[in-house]
Design a protein around this ligand. Structure first.
Ligand code: SF4
Length: 451
């Protein structure tokens, strides 16, 4: 940092791409920068430092980051600006980014955020002296959980708590084990203290996060015990969790979800493919039958638990028949919603090294379209069953399309929209809502007056 200036003289703007874990990591980074005195700004045009917290899961996310880098290049031609790339792309593409993207000054992977304030200060100093400088921190850690850092959260109804980091599963298509390292879980007492702090500050919903959240283990604590302990904290109205792996659902966890009133009746259960050969190539460690048995187990406990999923279309060598197995499995399960993606080869993954990415892009796109159409029809049918029912909805804030409407979510995580006129609801309230009409993605309701 130049001697005549402090960190407070520099405004940092952070853009976040990808999953909730990245949103959470941005909150950690904000806390780390604030503790070192940097000013934070939402306005990129006025920023002295722009950081991009990136995602390496899909091609689309990569392309967005490269697009933003091109914009920043234009800004950097006109004035001084420090540009940093954080997160999974920084970890996975360090060499390429440093060599081909001349405007990147700082590159920091997900386990090295503690070094970020120093690297930014060095980059600012070098830039003000007209020196070429690149700061890199991409070491993976077996221990880093940022346990002692209280994230700088945006105000709202929901707060995320990362309970574990990393992944040991090595699904062959996935880059996460290489960008985020081995699994490690946080001390449950620290998590409980954080959740108590959130409840005391008015957050009504807590979402427990991890790349493989239900493999959480710390001494004799497992995920079922942890989520129950969090749900029992006074003031926490709802607890959610994401993203789980189907292999880690012991009966105690299903009992916790089914039996505890504060744990939301929604399980995200990534299927990825409904064909055993493809599942094996993906190293998902379950067969389609084992997955369907788990679905039966869940529904035997409570038929109202909503299931959602992730699907990859056109994984290496997937045939039309194998794709149809996925189609039929989706029909059989009847998910409330599904995130459906084309397979995109990720550098450094097992699939990239071992298998040909040989399904033509047009075939992948066609398969995605067919599954999206199927899912739309299923979601619409499920939502229609809600018409006339009254359900508790947690108010989150203004609806996306109109500030004259509220938006909230049901326990099963379905979006509900209703008119503000005549409503005394506030974000964070749980209100009874009678559903009057639906689309495939949204329920529209009317607030039931208190009796
Ligand atoms: S479980 Fe599989 S898909 Fe999920 S983060 Fe780990 S390797 Fe990636």
């Amino acid at each position: 940092m130049p001697r005549d200036k402090t960190a407070a003289a520099y405004r940092v703007h952070i853009e976040t791409f990808g999953c909730q874990m990245n949103e959470y990591d941005t909150e950690l980074v904000r806390a780390l920068l604030k503790a070192e005195g940097f000013a934070l700004t939402d306005d990129r045009e006025r920023a002295d430092v722009v950081l991009m917290n990136t995602c390496a899961i899909r091609e689309n996310a990569h392309n967005k980051v490269y697009g933003h880098l091109a914009d920043l290049k234009a800004i950097k031609r006109q004035r001084s600006l420090v540009v940093g790339v954080l997160g999974c792309m920084a970890q996975n593409l360090k060499k390429e980014l440093m060599e081909t993207e001349s405007i990147v000054d700082v590159l920091v992977g997900p386990d090295s955020y503690r070094r970020l304030p120093d690297l930014i200060a060095q980059a600012i100093e070098a830039q003000e002296q007209g020196l070429a400088h690149k700061g890199i921190a991409v070491d993976l850690s077996e221990y880093e959980t940022y346990e002692d850092i209280l994230p700088e959260r945006a105000e709202g109804v929901n707060a995320w708590i990362a309970v574990m980091r990393g992944c040991d599963n090595f699904c062959t298509f996935c880059v996460v084990p290489y960008t985020r390292g081995r699994e490690r879980s946080r001390d449950p007492q620290g998590i409980i203290r954080e959740a108590e702090h959130l409840a005391a500050h008015g957050y009504k919903q807590v979402t427990l996060l991890g790349q493989n959240v239900n493999s959480y283990r710390y001494e004799d604590w497992d995920f079922a015990r942890l989520i129950t302990a969090v749900a029992e904290i006074p003031g926490i109205e709802r607890v959610r969790f994401t993203s789980p792996h189907p292999k880690d659902f012991p009966p105690a966890l299903l009992d916790a979800v089914a039996g505890h009133p504060n744990i939301c009746k929604h399980i995200h259960l990534p299927l990825q493919s409904g064909n055993d050969r493809i599942l094996q190539m993906m190293n998902r460690t379950y067969t389609c039958k084992e997955y369907l048995d788990l679905v039966d187990d869940i529904r035997r406990r409570r038929s109202d638990i909503a299931l959602t999923t992730d699907i990859i279309c056109g994984f290496c060598t997937e045939t039309e028949e194998e794709f149809l197995d996925t189609y039929l499995t989706m029909q059989e399960v009847g998910y409330h919603a599904a995130f459906i993606f084309k397979y995109s080869e990720r550098k450094n993954t097992i699939a990239a090294r071992k298998y040909p990415d040989d399904v033509p892009d047009t075939v992948k796109s066609d398969r995605v379209t067919r599954l999206v159409e199927l899912q739309k029809a299923i979601s619409l049918e499920k939502n229609r069953e809600m018409i006339g029912r009254t359900v508790p909805v947690l108010v989150e804030g203004d609806a996306k399309k109109s500030s004259a409407q509220w938006m909230g979510r049901t326990d099963s995580n379905i979006t509900v929209v209703w008119e503000k006129r005549g409503s005394s609801a506030r974000p964070g309230d749980l209100v009874p809502m009678t559903i009057s009409r639906v689309s495939a993605t949204t329920l529209f309701g009317e607030e039931r007056p208190p009796s």
